[in-house]
Structures are given as structure tokens and as C-alpha cells.
Design a protein around this ligand. Structure first.
Ligand SMILES: [Zn+2]
Ligand SMILES: [Zn+2]
Length: 301
């Protein structure tokens, strides 16, 4: 999986950073997660082709997570997009976007398919042939979901020398990769385990922003290869974090540790702090494999 950070500022854009947006590449598919202001220009800077984005996931209806969406949809139209666009987000998002399109008489020439979320329990919201997406209910000032992206299991790896050894015709290869045994002409059964190896382990990525500290997400994100968790504040402002339903870097690190994730990526930084390395310094006392997000930074896992 490849994650490109488009923006990781909390609340407001600055000359050095955009509000929340990121692009995840999973099994050759690209999805956009949140769409703060500045997303379009940042996509161009990062050389991400607009036409590759077919699925957009919006965590909640605070402006720093979706104010770039109407602009992006408008550009898709100007670029003569024809492919369907799927948008997942809280109930109300469809109304907001359609009102803007209606009053500006700018209907799109492609299908806008809204998948509005209302459930307070985790649910599978998309089953694509290449990946699955599960919602992660978060605790914030408005209805908010994080998202867990999981690769679909890959096919079993065919051991070609074994297939040749048993003189197995190529027409059976597809079935073997799917786990089928082979029956030879004389009736002998060659079990699949003799012909294949296990496929690479399925990878997963959890995006959790915005939220107060909540251990309720731990079972959902358990063992994820990477976790992006908001850390708006440092420990000195932990009271402010509680008050505004955000998280500190140390709290995010506790979640990463409890969920036993591979990598913790911190983001959604309050612009009051001069140096974002301070977040990493606080978090690594609890969870060592911590990195900080930065616009245009790419993580591969
Ligand atoms: Zn936010
Ligand atoms: Zn928010």
C-alpha cells in the first residue's frame, strides 16, 4: 500500500500545509480520504491523475475535511469525466453538495453516487474486487467515522515447476490459483498444497481523524500495517484536547500500542506548535515506530 499525505493541518490551511486529505493506493486502485481545501492543487503537485480517483471517503462534516470536495467535483466535470464517482460520508453531505450544484446550475455529466453513513456501529461500507472498506466509529463533536482499508486476498502462488512435473494442462492454472485440487486422467488427485504457496498476507490501513481518545476502535484496527491517528495537541494541552474532542500524541501512541499496529503516523496538527517533531518525540516514549505526516510525504507499507 502507498499513502500520500495531501494535507495534515488541523482546522486551517497555512502557507506550509493543507487541511486533511490523503490518497491511498491499494492493489492499484486509488482512493481519496477526506478532501480539505487545497486538495486539487496538491494532487497536481503530487502528480496524481484525477481520473484514477473513483472513490472518496469523507470522515465528517467539519470544513477542514471536505471544503475541497465541491471544487474537485467541479473540476472533474470541466475535465469531461464520464466515470461514476462514489462518495462515502455522513448523512447530509449529499444535500450540501447537490445544493451547490443546483444553485450554480452546474450538474455533472458523470454519475455522482452518494453512500451516506449513519450507523454508530462499525460496518463494511464497500466491497470492491480489489479492496474492502470498513467504517471506524469515532468520538468527536459531530458524527464521525474513520476508515479501515483492507486488500482483498490475493490468489495462491502457483509453483510452476510442480505443475510441469505433473504435466498439468495450463487450462487448470486459474483454478489452482483459486485453491482447487487437480484430478489427473488416471483419477489421481494432486492436492492444491503441493502445487501452490500461500499468497502474501493481506495488508490493511486505518485512518482515524478526528476523535477524542477512545479504546473502542482498538478491536477494529487490531494488527493494521499502518494507523494514521490524529494528534491535534501535545500533552501540555491535554485539557484542551478533552474539551474539543481531539487527541494528544501520547494518547494516539497508546492506541497504536494496544492495537499492535505496524506503524503509527501522526497528523492533524494544531498550527499553534512551531515544530511538528515535538509530536513524534512525545509519542515514541509509548510507541516507538511513530512517524509524523507532512504534506507530500509518502509512506509505503
Ligand atoms: Zn479536523
Ligand atoms: Zn473535526
Amino acid at each position: 500500500m502507498k499513502l500520500t499525505i495531501i494535507g495534515c493541518n488541523a482546522a486551517t490551511p497555512t502557507t506550509t500545509g493543507n487541511p486533511t486529505a490523503q490518497v491511498l493506493e491499494v492493489n492499484n486502485q486509488m482512493v481519496l480520504i477526506d478532501c480539505g481545501e487545497g486538495t486539487q492543487t496538491a494532487l497536481r503537485k503530487n502528480k496524481i491523475r484525477f481520473s484514477r480517483i473513483n472513490h472518496i471517503f469523507i470522515s465528517h462534516l467539519h470544513g477542514d475535511h471536505f471544503y475541497g470536495l465541491i471544487g474537485l467535483i467541479s473540476t472533474f466535470s470541466l475535465l469531461k469525466r464520464e466515470k461514476d464517482l462514489h462518495i462515502f460520508g455522513p448523512k447530509g453531505l449529499k444535500e450540501i453538495i447537490l445544493l451547490q450544484l443546483k444553485l450554480s446550475k452546474s450538474w455533472t455529466n458523470f454519475k455522482l453516487l452518494f453512500h451516506e453513513l449513519e450507523s454508530k456501529a462499525s460496518e463494511t461500507i464497500l466491497t470492491h474486487e480489489k479492496f474492502l472498506v470498513q467504517s471506524i466509529p469515532l468520538k468527536h463533536r459531530v458524527y464521525t467515522n474513520g476508515f479501515l482499508f483492507k486488500e482483498q486476498p490475493k490468489e495462491r502462488k502457483l509453483l510452476i515447476h510442480k505443475a510441469l512435473e505433473y504435466n498439468i494442462d495450463k487450462v487448470y492454472y486459474k483454478g489452482i490459483k483459486k485453491g482447487k485440487d487437480v484430478v489427473l486422467e488416471d483419477g489421481t488427485i494432486i492436492p492444491n498444497r503441493e502445487l501452490t504457496e500461500d499468497p502474501p498476507k493481506v495488508k490493511s490501513y486505518a485512518f482515524c481523524s478526528d476523535t477524542m481518545y477512545t479504546e473502542s476502535i482498538v478491536p477494529i484496527i487490531q494488527g493494521a500495517n499502518a494507523l494514521y491517528h490524529e494528534s491535534t495537541f501535545l500533552e501540555q494541552h491535554s485539557e484542551l484536547a478533552k474539551l474539543t474532542k481531539h487527541t494528544t500524541a501520547v494518547e494516539a501512541a497508546h492506541i497504536a500500542k494496544k492495537a499492535n499496529v505496524g506503524l503509527l503516523i501522526l497528523g492533524h496538527f494544531s498550527t499553534r506548535y512551531p515544530d511538528y517533531n515535538m509530536f513524534k518525540n512525545e509519542a515514541i516514549s509509548v510507541f516507538e515506530n511513530t512517524e509524523i505526516a507532512k504534506d507530500e510525504r509518502v509512506f509505503e507499507f
